[in-house]
Ligand binder design. Structure first.
Ligand SMILES: *Cc1c(COP(=O)(O)O)cnc(C)c1O
Length: 410
């Protein structure tokens, strides 16, 4: 290939990204007098002063930085003490103990996704992804020439995985299925029983389960969180997570990929070698942040966690209540987890709006409110609402959505 022709010859995957769609929406917003822009689009609560990380976490980072001991490279799989701390943290909820060698420290959960998909990819392989889901999985698969096949999550069944479809989609080239639990974008959490069925399905199909648990422990409903690793001896599980959401520090870029697989399929020397080599390409996450992890994960932060959860409980309740007042929107499932949930648009009740994308663009333009169209996460004519927003902003935004809907109703 002639380098000069690079611009014409390379292909950009056509997948949506959340950031890409939100940028388009933002560009479409006009300055409206007296209406400041409110975004219910991006899952980064740090823009709101009620969502601040704990001072203990901040101090741990400052101490690590000031010590001058962590200005160099760390091993690309992570500092030993960081791997150990993450292994201990996750083992609290598992029936077996993880080893430090099971843990690979990554630059946020996003890089853990990239590593998981890259090491599993091989010519002709395919992967099963949830719809609705998290678009990075589809995009990463496209870059890795891993064919993405989508199974549905069932809105009337608490967004459980449609396991029958999973069975039909899989073939001998299927390498893994992905679940996101607690759910983004659905705001649900899977029961012990359902996770067990997922593990049994994966075992029958001979595939790995990749479990994205980046929202682990961000619960304000009644259902308990069960990590997929509990079923690691039924089918091999790769668990992904990060500090980003529970500690409200997405900018610190500290995540993990963990082989929660007590029986050792993922501990084969070949697989470990492949994983380690891939980490060498990635180069790891910032050493001083890694060095702070043992203190961050050890610290009893009940007060901090409770504060976040109380606000999320309040804002999710507000969201659910306000959305129910709007005729053209229905919500099959009350959010109990994470920072987002899905509501359905009844397009036939709107007179001059053609679909979810049209809805979101007109809403941005007329009301300075940003909401992600469901199509961006795989569900046409749905909306994904982020409720990790300062309560008064949220009320204001939802009031604007309501008057927008009234104006456009038949
Ligand atoms: C936010 C999010 C991620 C990315 O997490 P980072 O640690 O910020 O990279 C991955 N998966 C899901 C489901 C998320 O919501």
């Amino acid at each position: 290939m002639d380098v000069c022709n690079l611009g014409q010859e390379i292909e950009v995957p056509k997948n949506f990204t959340i950031k890409g769609v939100l940028e388009l929406l933002m560009a479409n917003t006009e300055e409206i007098k007296g209406k400041k822009l409110i975004s219910l689009g991006i899952g980064d609560p740090t823009a709101h002063s009620c969502f601040r990380t704990s001072s203990a976490a901040q101090e741990a980072v400052v101490d690590a930085l000031r010590s001058n001991k962590f200005n160099g490279y760390a091993p690309t799989a992570g500092l030993p003490q960081t791997r150990m701390a993450i292994a201990e943290y996750l083992s609290r909820d598992l029936p077996y103990d993880l080893l430090p060698e099971d843990v690979y420290v990554t630059s946020g959960c996003t890089q853990a996704i990239e590593i998981a998909l890259s090491i599993l990819s091989r010519p002709g392989a395919n992967i099963l992804l949830p719809r609705p889901g998290f678009p990075v999985y589809g995009l990463c698969s496209a870059f890795r020439n891993l064919e993405a096949r989508y199974f549905d999550l069932l809105p009337d069944n608490q967004w459980e995985v449609d396991l029958t479809t999973v069975g039909h989609l899989a073939d001998h080239n299927t390498v893994a299925m992905v679940i996101i639990n607690p759910g983004n974008p659905c705001g649900n959490v899977y029961s012990y029983q359902h996770l067990k069925e997922i593990a049994e399905t994966a075992k029958r199909l001979g595939i790995v389960v990749i479990s994205d648990e980046v929202y682990g422990h961000l619960a304000f409903g009644n259902n308990p969180f069960v990590p997929m690793g509990v079923f690691g001896s039924i089918a091999p599980v790769i668990t992904l997570g990060s500090l980003s959401k529970r500690w409200l520090v997405p900018g610190w870029r500290l995540g993990w990929l963990v082989t929660t697989d007590p029986d050792g399929t993922l501990k084969s020397p070949k697989f470990v070698e492949r994983l380690k080599k891939y980490c060498d390409i990635c180069g790891g996450s910032a050493t001083f942040i890694q060095a702070a992890v043992p203190a961050i994960l050890e610290e009893k932060q009940d007060v901090f966690f409770r504060k976040t959860i109380n606000i999320l409980k309040q804002t999710s309740d507000t969201c659910y209540r306000k959305m129910k007042e709007i005729n053209c929107i229905t919500c099959p499932h009350k959010p109990e987890w994470s920072m987002a949930y899905m509501v359905k648009l009844n397009i036939s009740m709107l007179k001059d709006i053609s679909d979810d994308i049209d809805f979101c663009f007109k809403l941005a333009k007329e009301e300075s409110v940003i909401i992600l169209p469901g199509l961006a996460v795989g569900l046409k004519n749905w909306l994904r609402i982020i409720f990790a927003v300062e309560p008064s902003c949220l009320e204001e935004a939802l009031e604007r959505v309501k008057s927008f809907c009234q104006r456009h109703s038949r």
